[in-house]
Write a new protein. Sequence first.
Length: 228
Amino acid sequence: MLAQASPWYAHALQRTAAGPAEPLAVPARVEWTTRPGSGPGTEILGPDLRRKRVVELGCGPGHNAACLATRHGVHVIGVDLVGLQIRRARSHYGRLNNLTFVAGHALHYLQASDEQFDAIYSVFGAIGLVAPELLLPAIAQRLKPGCTLAFSVPHPQCGNRRPASDDRPGRDFVTLPDSTRLPIARWDFDAERWDKHLTRAGLRLTSAREFHDARTTPTTLLVSACKL
């Protein structure tokens, strides 16, 4: 019921209604920003990923997970709140090795797992959409010491917004394929506030990079951290 009540379910439903999901070619690279081809590659997750076990929180249709699994030999678990998204991801890439898609809430998945992972990442996914005081400690529990968390979130100044002045979520919108805008809660933190929450969770900020569109408008904040 939680998933079906969310704007993300409405988004996936419209995508599904627009046409059947079919097998896709594996993307050439992992995309961390809103501009394909910009930003780092998989090196942000660690220098040698082959045969490592990695989780994506909010995998959507599975493009980045498929790239990691196929082109870099990573064992990837893609988790998404919306079952329809998981069905799309399996239709696109379910034939591939080293790749598992799971429907579930990111926080609940981490809390229920007893596995230690070599990296955890989120690309405009669960991080920023789930209370960081809950999600970041759960991530730290599941990361091996010395391993990496990397996540992309909308830049806090994107769309003329301002970074949050406290730890409460702000109001944002999801634009559906039919251009309908549905409200969501989002934690719009700048790098300094993310650093504070990461430190509280037992993670050390290692980088915070800003990316812009062609007009130099900030669009993406890419953060990486290391498990202490």
